[in-house]
Design a protein around this ligand. Sequence first.
Ligand code: GDP
Ligand code: CA
Length: 322
Amino acid sequence: MDPARIVVLAGGVGGAKFVRGLRALVRRTASPAAITVVANTGDDLWLAGLRVTPDLDSLMYALAGVNDDVRGWGRAGESERVSAELAAYGVGWPWFTLGDLDIGTHIARTALLREGLPLSAVVERLSARWPLGVRLLPATDAEVETHVVTAEGELHFEEWWVRTRAALPALGFVQRGVESATAAPGVREAIAAADVVLLAPSNPVVSIGTILGIPGIREALRDTAAPVVGLSPVIGGSVVRGMADACLTAIGVETDAAAIARHYGARSAGGLLDGWLVDETDAAAVDPLRAAGIAARAVPLWMTDDDATAAMADAALRLARR
Ligand code: GDP
Ligand code: CA
């Protein structure tokens, strides 16, 4: 039987590519599944009076088909007039340019938050504009922001990532405000009712790791009857795109597909994973991971287009069925 309820934990750009492929796969199978995406909210921030949610927006724009594929983030056909005005006033971060269309999203979000809606309800309202084909949930409604511990003090993750290009060595990560946070409504329920849970090939530290840090989510994954299968964001010892290696180094994990699987851990040994997909290049990792209790398989893991990504999603669902 094909899984009817699929839950995906996802970060921004990598997560969005994966969910697009999964959605393409589900659309062409005989028995369509319901996809719930639990998105990282640790990169969220207040900027120039606006609540900005980078990963949720990467997911929403990519699933709506209005994202800028060339640049890799934000909206297609974007202009930056408002950001230029803000910079002239010295408001906001001059190195963190928000496009005009994107600012429209942030104004709408901030308006709804100020009316008293929780983030999860705001996400539902904003994403209702487009037929996303998935249910998008923030990991939490609470403002839990990832900060990076450096020799120069703690920086918001986006400042470390965008302004310093992750060049300032990260000594660790903290989730400010996590103690009192809970999972957003629907997150634990979706995991409990899932037929399969997938970990997108997203940043294991500041995307997936941040979601897992929200109290209750890791427990929900341990308790669900659904198999949990992840896809490696690292191929042949490098991160494909971006600077996730700097994050892995900070938490003492090698930039290596098998090392990330061991970091998540085998479910049979108190960890999270039933299964793990590595790229063909990393086929040598399969046997040792199986010996460690993680059903591993090597398949192509390059998300070059929706078809290639759909094949990855298919391999993950097949592994889950075993
Ligand atoms: P972010 O929030 O925008 O940084 O995006 P994510 O956390 O969802 O994903 C970022 C990660 O995706 C990067 O660290 C890469 O390792 C991974 N990634 C990007 N492109 C690919 C790809 O084609 N294949 C695989 N396996 N991983 C990829
Ligand atoms: Ca992100």
